[in-house]
Write a protein that binds this ligand. Sequence first.
Ligand SMILES: N[C@@H](CCC(=O)N[C@@H](CS)C(=O)NCC(=O)O)C(=O)O
Length: 200
Amino acid sequence: MYKVIGSVKSRTFRVLWMLEEMGIPYEHMSTSPHSEEVKDYNPSGKVPVLLDGETVITDSNAIMTYLADKHGMMTEKPGTIARAHQDALLHQIIDEVDALLWASSRSSLGLNKLENFSLIRQAFELEYEQNIERLAKKIKGPFLMGKQLTIPDFVLGHCGGWAYVAKFPCHNEGFKIYLKNLRSRSSYQEAAALGQNKTS
Ligand SMILES: N[C@@H](CCC(=O)N[C@@H](CS)C(=O)NCC(=O)O)C(=O)O
């Protein structure tokens, strides 16, 4: 059985949500970045980590891509044009949304704040709104790639909730509807419930 290591209130959520959506059983070890358990598997201390038997896989995006390709779900087929477009969306979200949120959230995970962060926070908020505007135009509906929920939706859906908690402004109505639709899925709620009553 797969084992997912990392707290729900981290990028680990994406992996848990995807496994719930796929209906694949897994074990979850909720633990913070840099805990001894994490460092046993990933010397950088970063989560999430996936164990597939003896094999250790790190990075939420690598883990999701591995699971999606292996099980032939939540993805366009490798080597197709559709997959190239899906990967381009994934990397756009990582570059333009995930990276901005991470810079503002480091301190909530006990890591040092970026120097002069208060000076650049406003610039990040503006950048976030502009980047979401551009991404929202690419949502084919109801999901990014159209009718099929794919890897980039898990990342963008997670980032949308993260941005809300981090109080990043968002005025794009289409994006809000897209997020509401994702959050209403039972898989999302099941994964979120794993974090209740736990310190993460
Ligand atoms: N690109 C990696 C980033 C992993 C990452 O930075 N995870 C955070 C928690 S969400 C962490 O463990 N940070 C600890 C650190 O940066 O030292 C991924 O998507 O998994």
